[in-house]
Design a protein around this ligand. Structure first.
Ligand SMILES: *[C@@H]1O[C@H](CO)[C@@H](O)[C@H](O)[C@H]1NC(C)=O
Ligand SMILES: *[C@@H]1O[C@H](CO)[C@@H](O)[C@H](O)[C@H]1NC(C)=O
Length: 199
């Protein structure tokens, strides 16, 4: 009897610690959990308003630096990207956890292909640029950490990093703003609803 009680008690403790520590895995369009270090396309859920996420310069006259933008055409999937969670042991990409998001592509620009939030003075908005190095969670890399959250039956990206206890980052949803005809990923009140397809 004592043993049975003890077992039940440890099960309760163990079970509840799992429930509180681990959020749900993010699922791709075939219902499989997203894996870390595996390439996916990020595609829009709403039809007729642009395609997958890719890299492009901010206008048609410069080549660099690069920003995260949405393809103009719905049929274009954009570039494959992969996720590297703050807890590299994870293996599975989970909702609401800090992630580096990295396009698996080579560019002529020197900045690299990691998502990083930057403030654009002329737009007076935070936009997602390419740049920085993966890993090293903390104050110095605060702008490189994004999260995926559930939005109805699909997902959205948010910026609200928790890799630094004493930092007070701006927090918000990532959506699309159109500047010079380019569909740029930025902090907005209108999140881009996305789904993930294995590349
Ligand atoms: C990046 O792409 C290359 C070439 O397609 C592939 O071999 C490699 O596994 C990819 N790396 C990651 C981390 O997805
Ligand atoms: C670049 O885009 C602007 C505005 O969209 C346009 O007026 C201009 O002609 C374009 N320049 C080139 C070189 O295509």
């Amino acid at each position: 009897m004592k043993t049975a009680l003890f077992l039940a008690f440890t099960f309760l403790l163990f079970g509840s610690s799992i429930a509180s520590d681990e959020s749900d895995p993010v699922l791709d369009i075939s219902g499989q959990a997203l894996q870390t270090g595996v390439d996916y396309y990020v595609l829009p859920v709403v039809r007729g308003r642009g395609g997958g996420l890719t890299l492009d310069s901010a206008d048609n006259e410069t080549l660099c630096p690069l920003f995260v933008v949405q393809e103009q055409l719905e049929v274009d999937t954009g570039l494959p990207l992969y996720f590297s969670p703050v807890n590299v042991e994870q293996g599975v990409v989970r909702e609401s956890t800090d992630l580096n998001v990295i396009f698996n592509a080579s560019t002529i620009c020197i900045q690299g292909t990691l998502w990083s939030l930057v403030y654009d003075e002329s737009l007076e908005k935070f936009v997602v640029a390419a740049g920085g190095a993966a890993g090293n969670p903390g104050r110095g890399t605060l702008n490189n950490w994004f999260k995926i959250e559930k939005l109805d039956d699909d997902y959205k990206f948010i910026f609200c990093p928790t890799v630094c206890d004493t930092c007070r980052p701006v927090c918000g949803d990532l959506g699309v703003i159109i500047v010079n005809g380019i569909r740029r990923l930025a902090l907005t009140d209108d999140p881009l609803k996305v789904m993930f397809r294995r590349a």
